[in-house]
Each structure stands twice: as C-alpha cells, then as structure tokens.
Write a protein that binds this ligand. Sequence first.
Ligand code: ADP
Ligand code: ZN
Length: 768
Amino acid sequence: MQSSAQQPSLFTPEDLPEVSTPWEIVDSEDQLYAEVVFNLPMLKSYHYLVPSGLRDNIRPGSRVRVPFGTGQKLTQGYCVSLTRTRPAHRNFKSIESLLDVAPLVDAAMLRLTRWISEEYLCSWGQVLDSVIPAGVKSKAGTRELLHFELAEGYETRLTTLKLSATQQRIVDVLRSTTEPMAGDELTSLAECGLSPLQTLRNKGIVVSTKIRTWSKSVSSAGENDTSAILLNRNQHSAVTRVIESLASGKSETFLLYGVTGSGKTEVYIRVIEEVVRYGRQAIVLVPEISLTPQTIRRFRKRFASVAVLHSHLSDAERHSYWQQIARGQVQVIVGARSAIFAPAPNLGLVVIDEEHETSFKQDSTPRYHAREVARQRVRDAGIPLILGSATPTLETWLRGIRKEEIVLSLPYRVAQRPLPPVMIVDTRNDQSLQKGASLGRAMLVAMRESLAKKGQIILFLNVRGYSPALFCRACGQSVRCPDCDVTLTYHKQRQIALCHSCEYSIDPPTSCPNCGKPGLLFLGQGTERLEHEVKARFPGVSVLRMDSDTMQQKGSHDRALESFRQGEVRILLGTQMIAKGLDFPNVTLVGVIDADTSLHQPDFRASERTFQLIAQVAGRTGRGELGGKVLVQTACPDQPAILYAARHDYAAFARQELEHRHTLGYPPFVRILRIILRGEIEADVEKAAERIRLGMESKGLERGGMLAKILGPAPCPVARLKKYFRYQLQISHPSGEVLGQLWRDVEPVAPELVPVEISVDLDPISFR
Ligand code: ADP
Ligand code: ZN
C-alpha cells in the first residue's frame, strides 16, 4: 500500500529529468515501418520509421507521436500495422515517441474500427479516436512516478566510490527489495531528499523507471443475490436456444421479440450466467435513460462484477473500468451506445435491449449504429447477439422474416397479466381541446377515476416548454430564431423564448417582431403548460414534471422516479424521458396527450415511431394487481400506426408498413446515404451539393444491376441551423457497398468545396 500516492509527489519525471539521447539510426536493410492513421477526415494512412529504441514496445494499436503536415508539427496518431517491407515512398520520418506502454486496442478492435470507417465512410483514425474514451487516453486517475532500483553491476562501481551516510542508507533500502521502489517511499524510508538520489543516479548506482500508478482505487463490488425466478415456457425455450448457440461457437443473431413486461431481461440474465460460467464476458447495451438504479440493481444482484458505463462517469472512473475490463476482471458490462467498444478480452455475448431505440445511433462522426457494430463484432468473435424489443425496427424484423436472423417470441406478459386496453380518443370533436386545453373530456374522466381508485397516472407529451410557438394573428408569422429555421419555444418559468436547436433566447416579446402589433398567441402545448393545466384541474394532487428542463441536475432523474415509486407523486408527466422502461405496478392510467406530434414528422419512419411510442407507453401500465389502461388523444384515429398499436398488433402493423415501404422504395428495402452540406452562403452550399450530384452522375449510377436514386439537392427540413445554410442529397440503393463507392468517387472534390462542410450519414435516422 502506497500511502503517499495521494499527496503531491516530487517524483514525477518532469521533476527529475533525464538527459535524452537521440535514437540511433540503424541499417536500412533491417528497418521496421509503422502505418499510422490520424484523427482527421482523410482516408489515407502514412508510414513512419520505427526507431530501434521503440521496436520492442510498439504494436498495432499503439498511440504514437509523429511529425505531420505543414511545419511537421508533432501530432498524435495510431499505429495500425507494422511491416518490414519498405513501402513505396521516399523520405521517411521517424516516430518521435510512443504514448502508451501497452497498446490501447487489440487486434479485434483494430478490425472492428477499420470496418466502421469503411462502412460509415470516415477515417480509421477518427473512429479509433472516438472509441477510446478521453479518460483512457489521458490516463485519468493515474500518474507517472519515478521508481528506483539498483543498477546492474552497481557493486563493482561501489568499490571505487565513497558514499555519504545518506547515500548509503538509500543503497541499503534498495538492497532490501527486489521491485523498483516509488521515489516517495524510498526517500521516506532512507530519510533523504532528492539530491542524494540524483547523485547516485548520475554515478550509475541507481537507475530510475517511470511507472504509472492509480491515484486512488476506483472499483465497485456486486451485491449478489441468487433468488431465482422460475422461467415460463417461452422464456425457457428462448434461453435454451441461445445457450445452444453459445456452445456451437457460431455467430447467430436472435431477435427476442417480447411484449413489454414479458420478462426479456430475465432471459438476458440467464444466458449471461451461462457465459460467465465459462469465464467469458457479456456486454449489455441499454438506452442511456434506461440506466436507472432499478436496472443496474438487477444486474448487480446477479453478478459479482458489473461495470456500468453511463455518461456521468468521471474520466478517472471510465479509465479504471476500461483497465479492469481489459484485464478480464469484469463479467458484465452494462452501458449506453459506446459500451459496444468495451475492451472485453474474451467476449461471449452481446445483448442490445430496446433494439429500436434511436439513441444507439451516433449523430456525429463516426455516425455508427451500435446495433450494426454489434452485428459486426459478434461475427468476428463467433458469438451470439440478442436484440430485444417489443417493437423491433422494421430493419431487424425483415431479417427475421427472411430467416437471416432467428426470432424468439415472448408473446405474453409474466404472471398472466394482460396487456392494458388502449382507447383512442378522437380530439376533433372535443370542444375543450379546440380551445387550447390539453386534457380532453375522456382523459379527465379517466384521470378522476384512476385517482379515486388510488392509482397513479403517467401523462406523455413530447414537447418541452410552455408552448412551441408565439404566433402573431395580425401578420400570421411566428417568432423565429434569427440563426435557425425554427420557431422559438416559450418557457414560462424561465421567462424566455428559446431556440431548441441552438439555445438562443430572448425575453418573451409582447409584440410581434415582424409587424409590431401587440398580442402574441401561445400556440400549442408543451409539458410546462400541461403541468399548469393538470394542477388547475386537480388541485391538491401532487404532480411532477420530468423533462430536460426540470431534470438538469445530476441525480434528479433518479430522485423523481423514486418519489413516484414511493407514491408521493400521483401524476407524472413528461417527455420521452418517461416513456421508456419504467416499471411501476400502481400506474393505472397512461395518457398520450398528442399522438400526432410524432405522426406528422417529415420522416418516412413517422408511422413506425408512433407505433413504438404508443406500445412503449402502454408498457408502463397494467404491471400490477390494479390493472391499467391507456388513452391516446389524436386527430387521426384512422391512421394504421394508431389502430394497430391500440390492438397491440405489432406483426400486422409491420406487415402493412413493410408493404408501404416496399412500394415507395424506402428502407429496409434500400439503404440511404444522406449527404448534408452546410455553409454561410446559401448559393455556395447549393452549388456544392449540385457538384456532388453531378460528380456521382458522371461516374454512373447504375451499379450492381440497380440504379442508385438521388433525391436533391434540396434544403434540409431545418434549412438553417446556427447561422449555417443546410442542403442535402439522399441517395438510395439496396447495397451499402454501392453507396460507399458512390461517395468515394466524389469525395476527392470535397477539399475544393471548402468552406462548405460536408458530412455523410449512412442509414440516417434523423432527417432534420
Ligand atoms: P421486459 O424486459 O420484457 O419488460 P422484465 O424482464 O423487466 O420484462 O420483467 C418484468 C417483471 O417480471 C420483472 O419484475 C421480473 O422480475 C418479472 N419476471 C420475469 N420473469 C418472470 C417469471 N418467469 N415469473 C415471474 N416473474 C417474472
Ligand atoms: Zn437557433
């Protein structure tokens, strides 16, 4: 135990610098070359000479510092391969230094990141840089301290030297140990300062090495509880089937299609128990908002070592987990999207819960989808993947239909609990709703009934703020953000009109900024307005609003859910934050305030999202003895998404929606590459987009026997964002590889289009 490690130490390498010797240049016959990639948007890699002093330690996956670009500035890069064959190149620069003692990524991770860069059309270096957490790169929570030991042959040298008493004490202390000793420990044991140590080193009696140690230990232990649930028949056959696959060493993907509350998590846990029994590790991906204490507890109870990777971890905690995982000390890794990159050395299984969640797709470079990365990772490792959902994406469902992947069904809720009845409320004939209220007659009746029977209520409205538009009756305009093509949302509590795209805000105007006439209307409802209405309608009943405005503080989310669980709060209302994963037996009513918000999005997945939303919120009720029901307010009661959701009929919805997508040539029958261009001068952006299109056309759109279709250039639905004008092209073709070729064909013109910036998004899920 190194007690002094927490205090500032004198023994950092900087405090006691060594004179550096330049690397020797060796015979060119025997050279080693490293291929290096950078965190820059260029697809090329570069070769560097490996100096002899680094040869023993450099590995593919090592971070290096090399001279690069104009001015040959020292730049960080990643060594991705080593070769003795001289690459076709003339002047080789040398690697300046190695940044890590051991490589941060192994061979499998190198293959995976390379695949991502090819699939998602960005550079290998960008991917590597993004999958390694910042805390791991900075070695957060550790520091490098000098350790000392006696030099080889020191005894001979001692015979010709006369040591001071202090120096002698140092030598004696070092003689008593075989390991290098930390500087602090040594000086305290030998009761000496820095300078006698320095002298001994100069005389070649003592040598120093840099050793990295943890500043403080970061770890967590499991709770362990093996109270077993008896699996029902469907759960049992699902578990058995995946375990068979585990044993086969094949890489099979399973869609665990189970209604909400059917016991999917229990299936994951049973399979993971089997994986752990063989000394292997499992990764479980869940949406960030499902990383509640409730979920975490379920895993901690059943496994001895669980790492939970959520966004609130400090860099030091993340680094510590990474190291523990890499050493194989963690059995189960539970985390959001990026946990798919956990460096488990002997991975046995990947699970993705709520496979349909959009948060598994990253919306900045590299724009990967964790589910697709998982499919690739398990293929490479020869292990199974479980995708769980009550409302699978049509992409995954189609693979099931085509028998490319295996569907395992859990059609019933556990303990014979029925799915709750879903009532559709047509808002078009409700007078009270016409006047700007959010709660229609039927909703009010159901709420009163539920409260009278001591039940709890969840109300869902996916718009935050008080009202999403400030509308001028005189000129027919809404108040807009000066930098974005969106209306400002009125936030009553904060007394601002806020842009939800760029956070621009102003004092709420009292008159129209366009025409100057007074009297702006608050158009539409947000959660804040709903909260006012509920409180006015149900005085004395405790109401809690959950959205990103009220849940800013760390831990507030957990506290809010806890007070709801305890029954201190009777009505919980909020945005999608409350639509997912919550399991409260006393909830007897779920109200969807406005199903039309998601139905009217300019996105071919609007129907699918609406279906998912209703099915998911319906999953929040009827989980206990009291039963429950769902009310859905909509002005489009005949929409298939709403009708099928009310009947809990996913399969029928999927059949009809797939037919529709097939007719229109949408995914999952084709894949889409979305190219987004942005710049400050609209004409330039449009011209750049036009050039990309022409470039593709001139290279030929007929590929693989099919014609690639190009939509656009056209302004994006949000045509202006943070002062930038935005244009898009949407290219579709059944093959992702063809889409990749098309982009690579035109990509070389990108530098000529600067300052217009281009980003490419394969399989986009946002079309803003
Ligand atoms: P899902 O993930 O499909 O929504 P969960 O796995 O969360 O469902 O299960 C819902 C609840 O049912 C949990 O409290 C779980 O402990 C319980 N449960 C799971 N399987 C069984 C079973 N076979 N018998 C009784 N209860 C079960
Ligand atoms: Zn804005």
